[in-house]
Design a protein around this ligand. Structure first.
Ligand code: SF4
Length: 115
């Protein structure tokens, strides 16, 4: 049985020291992806829009709209296009403005992909 669990039972403390002290388990939490601007073509972005189960991705012209608030950090898009994004490591996403969670990722023209 984990020591932290037994310690918590003894002390009656069931929470961590977060946010005063980062919780070490945060390193292992899945987080939303961080897209690299200009690394996706429209065709590749369309494929990501299709596989995103939470509809966090939509394409508007030459921009991929990423709703971080809708992302469930499933990782499907990273599996499909690993060179276009990385793990963001972010999980503290609280904001007073919903729009702050909408990211705009500029896309490459499909003809630029091989250049
Ligand atoms: S991690 Fe999953 S939910 Fe989030 S944008 Fe990628 S495919 Fe969509």
């Amino acid at each position: 049985m984990p020591q932290w669990f037994i310690r918590g039972l003894r002390r009656g403390v069931v929470t961590t020291r977060y946010p005063a002290k980062p919780d070490p388990s945060a390193r292992d939490l899945p987080g939303p992806p961080a897209f690299r601007p200009g690394s996706l073509t429209g065709v590749a972005a369309d494929a990501l829009v299709q596989i995103c189960p939470s509809r966090a991705l939509t394409r508007i012209g030459d921009v991929l709209m990423f709703d971080v608030g809708a992302c469930t950090a499933c990782g499907r898009c990273r599996e499909r296009a690993p060179n276009a994004m990385a793990a963001s490591g972010e999980f503290e996403l609280a904001t007073a403005a919903r729009q702050a969670l909408i990211k705009r990722i500029p896309l490459l023209a499909d003809s630029e992909a091989s250049a």
